[in-house]
Design a protein around this ligand. Structure first.
Ligand code: NI
Ligand code: MN
Length: 285
């Protein structure tokens, strides 16, 4: 049975109390996110960690689907980041059925835009992307919102801020014609008080340190594939600079040229908890 871990904050020594699910739920007050009844009785300030778990509610669930594909599920919305599904052999999602209210794109490369147009046409999802890419995709008849590096916006599904990424950005049409799609970016996505940093495709650059200092990052998706992006060595430094609580490697093993051992990478990360997510695996924040 799931247990609640309670911290009694006002006694100098930390005391942990474990309650079984029904008992903890009885004392839990959703509005203040505290066990107020216990507080009343014992006059301690008590916080429950992971109460959502206890009550069987999904609050914020972030899952990995191969390459750079990330899905964020909040209470009300499903957000896809860089939904490269068709042609991504590692991906467990189905482009014909996947849900999406919002699609966030880091840049125009086909291994990131992926199935965006088809998914957006089917679901009506809003596509948020760097300006040139948003304008281009908008011409294909989908609903887009243009943004750009350094810009942030509060949407009803969360706050999006575009960061720098040192990379390229172009979209290759089926006939082989290449459309340039402006600057590539990374995405800081804040929802329900948690910040997720999807770095997109990028080299290591020192302003990652600034993003780490300016933001309390709960979860970072860092490319480790090398060749097109930073490789594992640089990605270890990136993790140090970003200072995320949890680091997850992405953009590896999709193609022979980006083959890497993600387990070796996470062992080398010095800052925060580094985790390899298997396909479809999720983290609850
Ligand atoms: Ni790329
Ligand atoms: Mn890529």
């Amino acid at each position: 049975m799931k247990q609640a871990l309670l911290w009694i904050m006002e006694v100098k020594t930390y005391v942990c109390i474990c309650l079984t699910k029904p008992l903890a739920s009885r004392f839990y007050d959703k509005k203040v996110n505290k066990c107020t009844l216990i507080e009343g009785i014992f006059n301690y300030h008590i916080e429950i960690i992971n109460v959502a778990n206890l009550k069987g509610e999904i609050t914020l669930r972030v899952s990995y689907h191969g390459h750079s594909v990330v899905q964020v599920k909040t209470k009300k919305h499903t957000i896809l980041i860089d939904p490269f599904i068709s042609g991504n052999e590692a991906c467990d999602l189905d482009a014909n059925t996947v849900e999406a209210d919002v699609i966030l794109l880091t840049h125009g490369h086909n291994d990131h835009v992926g199935d965006t147009v088809d998914i957006a046409k089917r679901t009506g999802a809003l596509v948020v992307a760097p300006n040139e890419l948003a304008v281009y995709l908008g011409q294909k008849g989908i609903n887009t919102h243009p943004m750009h590096i350094g810009g942030a916006r509060d949407f009803d599904f969360g706050r999006v801020k575009f960061t720098q990424a040192f990379h390229g950005s172009s979209y290759t049409e089926e006939d082989g014609s290449i459309i340039y799609t402006g600057m590539p970016g990374g995405i800081l996505f804040t929802v329900e008080g948690k910040t997720i940093y999807h770095l997109g495709d990028t080299a290591l650059f020192t302003d990652l340190k600034m993003y780490g200092e300016m933001n309390e990052i709960d979860l970072a998706f860092i490319p480790i594939g090398d060749n097109f992006t930073m490789g594992p060595e640089d990605a270890v430094i990136a993790a140090d600079w970003i200072q995320a609580k949890v680091v997850v490697p992405v953009h590896y093993n999709t193609f022979p040229v980006i083959e890497q051992d993600p387990k070796e990478y996470v062992q080398r990360v010095n800052t925060g908890e580094a985790r390899v997510l298997s396909i479809g695996e999720s983290i609850q924040l």
